[in-house]
Design a protein around this ligand. Structure first.
Ligand code: IPM
Ligand code: MG
Length: 361
C-alpha cells in the first residue's frame, strides 16, 4: 500500500531544504519504484501568517492521518514579539506533544570526508558515531506551572517547572537501552542529580531499568561534565540518554563535532514508531532564501524516516550512501566548505545527491 508522508516545510530555510529532500524522494519513486505519496501543510510562522495559529487543525488532521511527517524548521525574528501561545515554536512543540513523540533520536556521525570541517582536531572526532536519545514531550518544556506573572509588589517573575513522572522516564530510558543493544552496548545517562531532585528520580529509574539490560554498560554523568566531555573526548560515548532540555543543548554541541549542525538529522518517535523527522537545526533566518543552506540534515532525516517508520532499511541505506557519494565527489555547502572542495548551493547539493542515487541504480 502506498504510504503517505505529511510534509511541513515551515519557515526560513525550511522551504529550501525540504525542496531538496523532495527531489530525492521523487528520484526514489521514479527509479526505485518506492511507493510514497506526499501532502504539504503549514506549520510555524507560515501557518500563523495564513491562519492565525502556528498549528492549524488542518495540519493536525493531516499529520495524524499520515504514516510519517517530514518537517523543515520553524521560527524567525518576524514572529518573536508574538505571544508565546502563538509563536512558531509552539507549532513544533504542539506536533511533538499531540503525536506523543516522546523519543527523539539524534545521531551525530562524522563523515570522514568532513574531518577538516570540524572545529575540533581531526584525531578527536575521526570515526565519531554518537546517538543522543532525548526525551521530547516532558520536562521543563511542558511542565506546569509556567509563565510570567506580576507579584503583588509589582515585580514580575518568570516560572517554568521541571517535572518527570516515573513512567515518562522509564519509557524513554527503555528506548535508549534497546537502541544501545543494537549498537555498542554502552549507555550514558545525563542528569543533574547533584542539584535537581527531579533528575535524582531520573537516575534511580535509569538504574532500575538497567537491571533488565545487563549486557549494556551503564554510566551516569552530570550535564555540565557531559558538555565538557563531548568536546574533550567525544568518542567515549556510544548512546546518551537525557531530559528534554539537556538533550536540546547537548545535541547542538554534538552537532558541531561533525563539522556543522547542517549535517544532523533526527527522528521523533511515538510508542508505535510513528514518527516525525527533521534536521536538528533551526530556520536560520539569516541565510533564508539565499540558496546556501545545507540540505543534507533534511535528506538524512528522510533516510531515518524510511528506516524507522517504513521499516525500509534498504532505502534508508541507499539515501545515506548517496549522501556519502555526493560528499566524496567534493561538493560542499558553505557550512562544511574547506580548502580544496567545491562550494555549492542548496539546490546543487540536492542535485549531487540525486545524481549519486541515479548512479547507484
Ligand atoms: C530543537 C529546537 C527546538 C527545541 C525549538 C525550535 C523549539 O531547538 O529541535 O532542538 O528546543 O526543541
Ligand atoms: Mg535545539
Amino acid at each position: 500500500m502506498t504510504k503517505k508522508i505529511a510534509v511541513l516545510p515551515g519557515d526560513g530555510i525550511g522551504q529550501e531544504i525540504i525542496r531538496e529532500a523532495l527531489k530525492v524522494l521523487d528520484c526514489l519513486r521514479q527509479i526505485f519504484s518506492v511507493e510514497v505519496e506526499t501532502e504539504e501543510a503549514l506549520v510555524g510562522g507560515a501557518a500563523y501568517d495564513a491562519t492565525g495559529t502556528p498549528l492549524p487543525q488542518e495540519t493536525l488532521n493531516l499529520v495524524k492521518e499520515a504514516d510519517a511527517v517530514l518537517l523543515g524548521a520553524v521560527g524567525g525574528p518576524r514572529w518573536e514579539s508574538l505571544d508565546y501561545s502563538v509563536r512558531p515554536e509552539r507549532g513544533l512543540l504542539g506536533l511533538r506533544s499531540e503525536l506523543s513523540l516522546f523519543a527523539n533520536l539524534r545521531p551525530a556521525i562524522l563523515y570522514p570526508q568532513l574531518a577538516e570541517a570540524s572545529t575540533l582536531r581531526p584525531e578527536v572526532v575521526a570515526g565519531l558515531d554518537i546517538l543522543i536519545v532525548r526525551e521530547l514531550t516532558g520536562g521543563i518544556y511542558f511542565g506546569k506551572p509556567r509563565g510570567v506573572r506580576t507579584l503583588d509588589n509589582g515585580e514580575r517573575v518568570g516560572l517554568n517547572t521541571l517535572v518527570y513522572s516515573e513512567s515518562e522516564i522509564r519509557r524513554i530510558v527503555q528506548v535508549a537501552f534497546e537502541t544501545a543493544m543494537k549498537r555498542g552496548r554502552r549507555l550514558c545517562s545525563v542528569d543533574k542529580a547533584n542539584v535537581l531532585e527531579c533528575t535524582e528520580l531520573w537516575r534511580e529509574v535509569v538504574v532500575e531499568t538497567g537491571r533488565d539490560y545487563p549486557e549494556v554498560e551503564l554510566s551516569h554523568m552530570y550535564v555540565d561534565n557531559a558538555a565538557m566531555q563531548l568536546v574533550r573526548a567525544p568518542k567515549q560515548f556510544d548512546v546518551m540518554v537525557t531530559t528534554n532540555m539537556f538533550g536540546d543543548i547537548l545535541s547542538d554541541c554534538a552537532a558541531m563535532l561533525t563539522g556543522s549542525i547542517g549535517m544532523l538529522p533526527s527522528a521523533s518517535l511515538d510508542e508505535h514508531s510513528k514518527g516525525m523527522y527533521e534536521p536538528i537545526h533551526g530556520s536560520a533566518p539569516d541565510i533564508a532564501g539565499k540558496n546556501i543552506a545545507n540540505p543534507l540534515a533534511t535528506i538524512l532525516s528522510l533516510a531515518m524516516l524510511f528506516r524507522y517508520s517504513f521499516n525500509d532499511a534498504a532505502t534508508a541505506a541507499r539515501i545515506e550512501q548517496a549522501v556519502n557519494a555526493a560528499l566524496d565527489s567534493g561538493v560542499r555547502t558553505a557550512d562544511i566548505y574547506s580548502e580544496g572542495s567545491r562550494k555549492v548551493s542548496t539546490s546543487e547539493m540536492g542535485d549531487a545527491v540525486v545524481e549519486a542515487l541515479r548512479a547507484s541504480a
